[in-house]
Design a protein around this ligand. Structure first.
Ligand code: SF4
Length: 389
């Protein structure tokens, strides 16, 4: 019944916590400008991989960060030697690496493709120099163009991330970014509205009114523009923030959204193995120290209760535009959709934010635009009780 979360993982995430500098909006787990720590990190990752005890063949591998391409070619080779030993990739695997435009060179692309990387995800964020500066990115518009063009010569699966609602951004800047990405022929696009996270420089700038959030209406119309531009260019809008040309969805991210299990290694990395959610220590130096001492890198661990798993499965499943099939949900969680979603689902259906057709429940277009507001109610237990009455 609940076999999804007890299956041996077929996916692995590796967190590379290095960046050249920390962008003002970023609160990811990373350490800036510490090339000197890379050798210790590579040893630590190898030690953590050894805890698997045996080679675990996988279907999807995702190297994220931070910036994996911050590593030199020889460092990347050393990392892939460890990965090939402990996480051998099966035929037809998907291997994604996140990259910054200013790290892309023929030599690096040669190395990555030699090491079976078949998908590169470029942190472009914008093709406009003024917006890039406003976002505190360290690359230029020219580097964005050059990196996409060069990567396309090596790989037929190129993804880019674009941020909208940057400080001072106009609708026309955003429209140009979208159209540029389409013209450059990328296969996958992730679009995110800028968020202001506590602890970042942007957060304190916002408190001191040095920068301002975009108006909600402006942000919504940028999101609408993304959907209109990308779908009319042939992209499939398959998750709230993700668009892919046919056959180019991110298989690794689909594992998360479908509530499947996955390994994860590196500082701050979160894994889901045998119903257990574990997160490694977020501090890179603490992670390194723990691995050097032979102690566990895990900072938090919880066994996900059946019902909590079902609630997460519901929310992640609804983020996929295909929605959730009633039978799949029951098979994966042991619960009916109604017993978990209850009153909230009924309310959303009545409001026209969700729809049911045949055996599937999914977001409507109207629901898509307010989807973030829907999830909190689905994650709390009282709905199930209301439904039972
Ligand atoms: S490059 Fe990406 S991961 Fe690195 S600091 Fe900037 S936003 Fe964060």
């Amino acid at each position: 019944m609940t076999k999804n979360r007890h299956q041996t993982p077929q996916s692995a995430y590796i967190h590379i916590p290095f960046c050249e500098h920390r962008c003002a909006y970023c609160n990811f787990t990373l350490i800036a400008n510490r090339q000197d720590l890379v050798p210790a990190f590579l040893e630590a990752i190898d030690r953590e991989l050894q805890t698997l005890g045996q080679a675990m063949p996988i279907q999807t591998l995702f190297l994220g960060g931070g910036t994996p391409t911050y590593l030199s070619e020889s460092e990347l080779n050393q990392l892939f030697d460890s990965l090939d030993r402990w996480l051998p990739r099966q035929p037809h695997h998907e291997t994604s690496v996140e990259a910054n435009p200013n790290d892309i060179s023929p030599a690096k692309l040669q190395l990555l493709t030699n090491r079976q990387v078949n998908r590169l995800s470029l942190g472009i964020q914008s093709f406009d120099n003024t917006k890039l500066r406003a976002l505190d990115r360290s690359h230029t518009s020219d580097q964005c163009f050059a990196s996409v063009q060069l990567t396309r010569e090596w790989l037929d699966n190129v993804a880019v991330d674009l941020i909208f609602a940057a400080p001072g951004e106009t609708q026309s800047t955003w429209q140009r970014d979208l159209e540029t990405a389409v013209k450059l022929g990328v296969q996958h696009l992730s679009t995110y509205g800028l968020t202001f996270e506590r602890g970042t420089r942007f957060w304190s700038d916002l408190q001191k009114q040095r920068i301002h959030r975009s108006e909600e209406d402006a942000e919504l119309s940028m999101y609408r523009a993304a959907i209109a531009t990308l779908t009319s260019a042939g992209f499939e809008h398959y998750e709230v923030s993700n668009f892919a040309m046919p056959g180019h969805r991110c298989r690794h991210n689909e594992v998360y959204w479908q509530g499947k299990t996955y390994f994860a290694f590196g500082p701050g990395a979160a894994r889901f193995v045998d119903g257990q959610r574990e997160t490694n220590h977020r501090s890179t130096t603490t992670y390194l120290k723990r691995m050097q001492q032979g102690s566990s890198p895990t900072a938090e661990s919880e066994t996900l209760a059946d019902e909590d798993y079902a609630r997460e499965r519901l929310v992640f499943g609804l983020r996929r535009l295909e929605g959730i099939q009633f039978e799949d949900f029951h098979r994966d969680t042991g619960y009916s959709l109604e017993s978990i979603g209850g009153a909230a689902l009924r309310r959303y259906l009545q409001s026209g934010w969700l729809e049911i057709s045949q055996d599937t429940i999914r977001l409507t277009r109207q629901g898509l635009f307010i989807s973030d507001a829907l999830w909190p109610d689905l994650l709390v237990a009282e709905n199930a009780n209301e439904c039972a009455t």
